[in-house]
Design a protein around this ligand. Structure first.
Ligand SMILES: NC(=O)C1=CN([C@@H]2O[C@H](COP(=O)(O)OP(=O)(O)OC[C@H]3O[C@@H](n4cnc5c(N)ncnc54)[C@H](OP(=O)(O)O)[C@@H]3O)[C@@H](O)[C@H]2O)[C@H](O)CC1
Ligand SMILES: [K+]
Length: 243
C-alpha cells in the first residue's frame, strides 16, 4: 500500500506547530477530535447490527495517546458501547487529564487503577475489542513495567479479541515497526493526522488501516509533505484500502 508517512520527530513537530502561538489549537481540542476518530473507527468496524456484545476495554497509557483513549471511552458510551478503562499510570503533567477521568465517572464508565483486576475484562465472551491507547509516537522501546505485562496479556488474547491501536501499535518502534520480539498485531490501526512509518509494516490482510484526526487544512498537510486524506462528508476517519 502506498501512503505518505511522517517520522516520529516530524509528527511531534507538526503537533507543536498546531498548538503553537500562530495556529493556536489546544491539546484538549485535538485530543477530543482524535478520540472521536477512534470511537468512529470502532463503530465502523463493529456496528451494532453485526455484534451481540457491547463491552470495550480501553487501555490508557500515561501520555497523550492515553488521553485519546480516555476521550474515546466517553464517546463509545454515547455510541452505545459499554466501555471499561484500565488506566494504571495517571498523567499528572496536565490538569485536564483528571477532568477527563471525572467525565468518565459522570458517564458511569468504570476507570480501573493499577491494583484493579482488569484481566477479567479481557474476555472474548463479553468484549467486542480492546482499544490500545497505551503509547503513540513518543514511545521508545523496550517497554517498561507495568506495561510490559499488559502487552504480554494483550498478545495472548489477540486471536480471540481484536485490538484497535491508536496511532501506533503499542510496543512497535514508531519509525521501524515491530522490531522487538513478540509484538502485538492489531486488527485495526487508526493513524492520527498522518500515518507514522511503522504503518507501512502492517499486513493489510491482518490489519484494517484508518486515518483520523481530521483537523488540518490542505496547505498545512502540504507543508509537511503530504496530501489531505479523502474523508467523506463529515466522517472523522477514512479507511485506506490496498490498491
Ligand atoms: N496531531 C495528532 O495526531 C495528535 C495526536 N495525539 C496523540 O498523542 C500521541 C503522542 O503523545 P505523547 O504524550 O507525545 O506520547 P505517548 O502517549 O506516545 O507516550 C508518552 C508517555 O509514554 C512513556 N513512555 C515512552 N516510552 C516508554 C517505554 N518504553 N516504556 C514505558 N513508558 C514509556 C513516556 O514516559 P517518559 O517517562 O519517557 O516521559 C510518556 O509518559 C500521539 O501518538 C497521538 O495518539 C494528541 O492527542 C494530539 C493530537
Ligand atoms: K497505541
Amino acid at each position: 500500500m502506498s501512503f505518505k508517512t511522517l517520522v516520529s520527530k516530524q509528527a511531534a513537530l507538526l503537533d507543536k506547530d498546531l498548538m503553537g502561538p500562530e495556529i493556536g489549537f489546544t491539546l484538549e481540542q485535538l485530543m477530543e477530535l482524535a478520540g472521536l476518530s477512534v470511537a468512529q473507527a470502532v463503530l465502523k468496524e463493529f456496528p451494532r447490527s453485526q455484534r451481540t456484545k457491547s463491552q470495550v476495554l480501553v487501555l490508557a497509557g500515561p501520555g497523550n495517546n492515553g488521553g485519546d483513549g480516555l476521550v474515546c471511552a466517553r464517546l463509545l458510551k454515547l455510541f452505545g458501547f459499554k466501555p471499561v478503562v484500565y488506566y494504571p499510570k495517571h498523567n499528572t503533567k496536565a490538569p485536564f487529564f483528571s477532568k477527563l477521568v471525572k467525565q468518565l465517572k459522570f458517564f458511569k464508565v468504570p476507570v480501573l487503577n493499577t491494583d484493579d483486576d482488569w484481566l477479567r475484562y479481557l474476555n472474548p465472551n463479553d468484549t467486542v475489542c480492546v482499544v490500545d491507547a497505551l503509547f503513540g509516537f513518543s514511545f521508545k522501546p523496550p517497554v517498561r513495567e507495568p506495561f510490559g505485562g499488559v502487552l504480554n496479556q494483550l498478545r495472548q488474547a489477540q486471536d480471540q479479541i481484536p485490538i484497535v491501536s491508536v496511532d501506533v501499535p503499542t510496543g512497535w518502534d514508531v519509525d521501524e515497526g515491530p522490531v522487538e520480539p513478540n509484538c502485538i498485531v492489531p486488527k485495526v490501526l487508526v493513524s492520527l493526522t498522518v500515518p507514522k512509518p511503522c504503518a507501512l509494516k502492517i499486513d493489510p490482510l491482518e490489519t484494517q488501516h484508518y486515518v483520523g484526526g481530521r483537523f488540518i487544512p490542505a496547505e498545512f498537510a502540504n507543508k509537511y509533505g503530504f496530501e489531505p486524506f479523502a474523508y467523506e462528508n463529515a466522517d472523522q476517519v477514512v479507511k485506506l484500502v490496498p490498491e
